[in-house]
Design a protein around this ligand. Structure first.
Ligand SMILES: C[S@@+](CC[C@H](N)C(=O)[O-])C[C@H]1O[C@@H](n2cnc3c(N)ncnc32)[C@H](O)[C@@H]1O
Length: 261
């Protein structure tokens, strides 16, 4: 029996929202791809780069709906690789950072599909930068931790030890943290973090409409609620927030990042 022949799948980072933050390599691939499988948080400007003949499939979460399962996404990718020689799997930010890129790469690899990773600019770096907040600073932050505030529903208990993190890292950059913010802040304070340490939440960063609120940690939850901050947001906790240089922040020029509920 003949083994199936597969095209190559590129797991490509789309960047955090501003389409100008796409890498040159990703741009080249989008302009040549025959099939595109993409997520929420991918701006329309990037979808417009693909050739007219390209088959496009959305596998993210639409407002008010659940995203399709990971196994379904894996099957879509396998099917695309069977039919096309150049497939782009476009994922928000960087494909490996809280993006399940590794799971998709492993699945495709196990079926003999050639895969290549194209790193992207992750939200945890770009979103603070777009409001002028550095994630490290010689005077305030020699270490920074990128951490998810939302763990997979299949995990029986949380694996992030927030109490330990309270003392282990000068700065925390939290993805998907708004929903569990109250729990996270309580745990960090219980772990010994200074309750008055600076913190910020940046919603929908790098695109028009981005919002940033700042507050001492012990009032962050109240401020976030009263300002109606929602996902997608990056939470940043640490003295680095005090080193914000607002005047160096780029002015977002694009509005087309889709906002999932
Ligand atoms: C599933 S994670 C994917 C992260 C992505 N792989 C990356 O490297 O940026 C999605 C989370 O990233 C953060 N995020 C992504 N884009 C963002 C943006 N433009 N503004 C604020 N947060 C963003 C939010 O915390 C959002 O819930």
């Amino acid at each position: 029996m003949n083994k199936p022949q597969y095209g190559k799948v590129y797991l490509v980072g789309a960047g955090p929202g501003d389409p100008d933050l796409l890498t040159v390599k990703a741009n080249r691939l989008l302009e040549r791809c025959e099939a595109l499988v993409y997520d929420s948080l991918v701006p329309q400007e990037l979808l417009d780069l693909v050739p007219e003949s390209c088959e496009c499939q959305f596998v993210g979460k639409r407002r008010g709906h659940h995203s399709i399962s990971q196994s379904k996404t894996n099957n879509v990718l396998l099917e695309m690789a069977r039919r096309y020689t150049l497939v782009v799997r476009l994922k928000g930010g960087d494909p490996f950072l809280f993006g399940r890129g590794a799971e998709e790469a492993a699945y495709l690899d196990s079926h003999g599909v050639p895969v290549e990773i194209v790193p992207g600019i992750t939200a945890g770096l770009a979103v603070p930068a777009y409001v002028g907040i550095p994630v490290t600073h010689r005077l305030a932050g020699s270490s920074v931790t990128f951490v998810t505030g939302h763990e997979g529903i299949d995990k029986r208990r949380p694996t992030v030890d927030w109490r330990a993190l309270a003392k282990a890292s000068d700065g925390l950059v939290i993805y998907m943290g708004v929903h569990n913010l109250s729990f996270i802040v309580d745990e960090l304070i219980a772990g010994g973090i200074d309750p008055l340490i600076a913190s910020a939440v940046i919603q929908q960063g790098t695109v028009v409409g981005q919002r940033c609120i700042k507050s001492p940690l012990n009032s962050l939850v109240n401020v976030t609620k009263s300002q109606k901050i929602f996902s997608p947001s990056i939470v940043i906790i640490g003295s680095v927030v005090d080193f914000q240089v607002e005047s160096c922040a780029p002015t977002p020029a694009y509005v087309t990042m889709p906002i999932p509920s």
